[in-house]
Design a protein around this ligand. Structure first.
Ligand SMILES: O=C(O)CCC(=O)N[C@@H](CCC(=O)O)C(=O)O
Ligand SMILES: [Zn+2]
Length: 334
């Protein structure tokens, strides 16, 4: 296999490849751009005009998505997967991946859309670099742009695999993209209704990509992801990359949610009234006291059909400590 197919090994070892550009037997170009960043380019005659950004390891301990990206890279480097799209593979936080931790000082996925400029440290620098890599990759005009940012969650989930779809004023969510996600095994999609500071929010809002954060199961160390079944996503990704995706139009039971409220932790006094092992998508009754914070702030459930995702009282002050979601319909899709 080409040495550049081993981007994960290189990244975990903190090494630069001796040769930065390599060609597969089919003339596919692999180009190392920077630590954890590799661009794949099909021969011009095979290029179908689509650009696909696949990021993983934005949180260093979320290894199933990293292993999935590694398998795709191996397949391309061996000539078994024959891309017709340009692809940018990004491992988001290499140092956190080496340490097996979510992040070192700051969560990279809270540093996009300008936030890194107000901050210092390794993660702020990495977020700036990731923005630049994505901006350059998506700068070629007249091509379709797709970004999947692959994650696994801290806790178990009543709905195992789901996507978060960013928001931009004046832009509507795409039914065709949701159908594609359903075919890739996603069971639910959360339609966001305000701007955000995540990587996918950046590529959606500023680079015009169709962008999704995909949650694929529970986070485990490298080699322990037998319980995370990414087979449907992997099949779909290969079809997207090879440009032979079967037509899909139905949402086929895909559950849709919208954000009712983001629960923001304001101070060290923040208390979340949920068991430590509560699962994502757990329902919450109207009237339930979810959380309390400084100055007698109380988070009481007012919404019918509310559920909680990503509850985390350990986040830094000022950040999201959970999202309250409610069911929604496909009425706003185009
Ligand atoms: O399990 C958790 O609490 C977090 C899992 C995770 O990393 N989720 C992403 C979602 C990003 C988004 O809102 O699009 C994150 O929190 O960064
Ligand atoms: Zn994550």
């Amino acid at each position: 296999m080409l040495a550049l197919g081993k981007l994960l090994e290189l990244t975990l070892a903190g090494r630069e490849p001796a040769q930065k550009i390599q060609l597969t037997v089919d003339g596919v170009q692999m180009r190392w751009l920077s630590e954890g960043a590799l661009e794949v380019r099909p021969p011009q005659a095979r290029d179908n005009g689509a650009d696909v950004l696949l990021s993983s390891g934005i949180h260093g301990n979320e290894t199933a998505p990293i292993e999935l990206a590694d398998r795709l890279l191996h397949g391309i480097a061996r000539g078994e997967i024959k891309p017709r799209t340009r692809i940018l593979f990004l491992f988001g936080n290499p140092e956190a991946m080496r340490r097996g931790e979510r992040y070192l000082e700051q969560d990279v996925n809270r540093l996009f859309n300008g936030r890194h400029e107000q901050s210092i440290g390794p993660e702020a620098m990495r977020a700036a670099e990731l923005e630049q890599l994505a901006r350059t990759f998506f700068s070629v005009p007249d091509r379709s742009r797709l970004h999947y940012d692959l994650h696994t969650a801290i806790r178990g989930s009543k709905i195992e695999q789901f996507a978060l779809y960013p928001f931009k004023e004046g832009r509507q969510h795409s039914r065709a993209e949701l159908a594609r996600l359903r075919a890739a095994g996603m069971e639910a999609v959360l339609l966001q209704n305000k701007t955000s500071i995540t990587f996918t929010a950046f590529t959606y809002e500023q680079l015009g990509a169709e962008s999704f954060t995909l949650e694929l199961g529970k986070a485990r160390p490298f080699g322990q992801n037998q319980g995370v079944d990414v087979s449907r996503l992997e099949t779909r990704l290969i079809q997207i990359i090879e440009g032979n995706e079967p037509a899909t139009d139905g949402l086929d039971g895909l559950k849709l949610f919208s954000v009712a409220r983001e629960v923001i932790k304001h101070s060290d006094a923040f208390t979340l009234h949920l068991p430590a092992d509560v699962e994502n998508f757990s329902p919450l009754e109207k009237g339930y006291l979810l959380a309390e914070d400084i100055a007698k702030t109380r988070w009481v459930i007012e919404e019918e059909g509310a559920r909680i995702i990503f509850p985390n009282p350990k986040v830094k002050n000022g950040l999201r400590a959970g999202i309250l979601i409610v069911p929604t319909t496909d009425a706003g899709l185009v």
